[in-house]
Ligand binder design. Structure first.
Ligand SMILES: Cc1ncc(COP(=O)(O)O)c(C=O)c1O
Length: 382
């Protein structure tokens, strides 16, 4: 049997044709496919603006720059996320502060975040990076209220959750990255995610000012608008220090084709999750879905006592699970700059037990049953 990875892209003939047709077109980069992808993505998540970038990591970097984060500024996030969610703060010399997760949803805990904020004078923190971990949308309405009290911005790291949503207190569907409660949303198009571009990312926002800043920073800080001088049609100005964080037209063509299938993919992911839950209920702890949330299910995480043993047992059976995530403050780089085991009990306990089982739309029912049976077999003897 071929190994079953925890995540996998799904590429069909339409995707291949979209890429080939762009390869045969006039533009491999900086052409019409980028704009088309941005427009369709903004529409899909319900945001005013979208800016395509070459990775979500680049997107996070531009997001903190666009929000004016500077050396020494402090930002709160969860330790249970990919390192990139925190690293963007370090890129500009900022300090990362961790609040704990909720032990059932595994999302950044509102109360722990409030406690951290209230333990310091007002103005101490600049913002919050809230993560839709595993595809479960975080309640940004509640975080916005807290952020407004303390003048904080919010970046929603929605890398795991395109198409996920929660229903707010007014009964309105709030799709991840729609920018209604967060200032900026970030998505990733790495192949294990919902929409695969090889590498790629998208930044969404409802602020025209932030949008313009992102567009400038994505391409070296170069502009042809509002120039101090104009010496002719060729002329441009580099008005600030930016980067080359552009997504190509080839990747955008693939992204457009993948986006068109995202709804189907989400339905399949939710079917897979429902099946895992039906077999594991009462036997194994898994991520709890708060009421009125639609989980985009990038991951399906379980918690078990003999995690390492189960990981090795499944690997022997060609089932390649993964750990999401090693808490960020445990990573050697963060330890080196002074982070230690902290009072983050739920995060640290979660890390001892968590394991992500295979979750991707093309997972065959027979393969899923094989995985479920192996997990249950293991539990019987351990
Ligand atoms: C939560 C989260 N944020 C950010 C990223 C970074 O995404 P990328 O690989 O597109 O830079 C990832 C990627 O795994 C992620 O899972």
């Amino acid at each position: 049997m071929k190994p079953i990875n925890y995540g996998r892209q799904y590429i069909d003939q339409d995707d291949i044709e979209a890429v080939v047709s762009t390869l045969q077109s006039d533009y491999l980069t900086q052409g019409p496919k980028v704009k088309e992808f941005e427009t369709k993505f903004a529409e899909y998540v319900g945001a005013e603006y979208a800016v395509a970038v070459n990775t979500a990591t680049a997107g996070l970097h531009l997001a903190v720059l666009a929000l004016g984060l500077k050396e020494g500024d402090r930002v709160i996030t969860t330790p249970i996320t990919f390192a990139a969610s925190a690293n963007c703060v370090r890129y500009v010399g900022g300090e990362v502060w961790f609040a704990d997760i909720d032990k059932n949803s595994y999302l950044l805990c509102l109360e722990s975040t409030r406690e951290l904020i209230e333990s310091k004078p007002k103005g101490f923190f600049k913002g919050i990076i809230a993560v839709d971990f595993a595809g479960l949308p975080i309640d940004l309405e509640a975080f916005r209220e807290l952020a407004n009290e303390y003048d904080l911005w919010i970046i929603e790291d929605a890398c795991h959750a395109p198409g996920g949503y929660f229903i707010d207190s007014k009964g309105v569907v709030q799709k991840c990255g729609n920018g209604n409660y967060a200032d900026i949303g970030i998505f990733s198009f790495h192949p294990v995610k919902h929409i695969a571009c090889g590498e790629g990312g998208m930044i969404t926002t409802n602020s025209k000012k932030i949008y313009k800043k992102l567009i400038s920073l994505r391409t070296h800080g170069i502009t042809k608008e509002n120039m101090n001088e104009n010496h002719g049609g060729w002329f441009y100005e580099m008005q600030e220090l930016g980067y080359n964080y552009r997504l190509t037209d080839i990747q955008s063509a693939l992204g457009i084709s993948q986006l068109a299938k995202n709804k189907e993919g989400l339905e399949r992911r939710n079917e897979i999750a429902a099946k895992y839950k039906s077999y594991f209920k009462g036997k194994i702890k898994f991520q709890e879905l708060p009421k009125d949330h639609y989980n985009a299910h990038h991951l399906f995480v379980i918690e078990v006592n003999n995690r390492k043993k189960l990981y090795d047992f499944l690997k022997k059976n060609n089932i390649l699970t993964q750990i999401h995530y090693i808490p960020i403050h445990y990573l050697p780089y963060y330890k080196k700059i002074g982070y230690k085991e902290a009072n983050l009990n739920s995060s640290e306990n979660y890390y001892k037990k968590c394991l992500s089982l295979p979750m991707f739309p093309s997972l065959k029912p027979k393969e899923q049953l094989f995985i479920i049976n192996k997990v249950l077999d293991f539990l019987k003897i351990n």
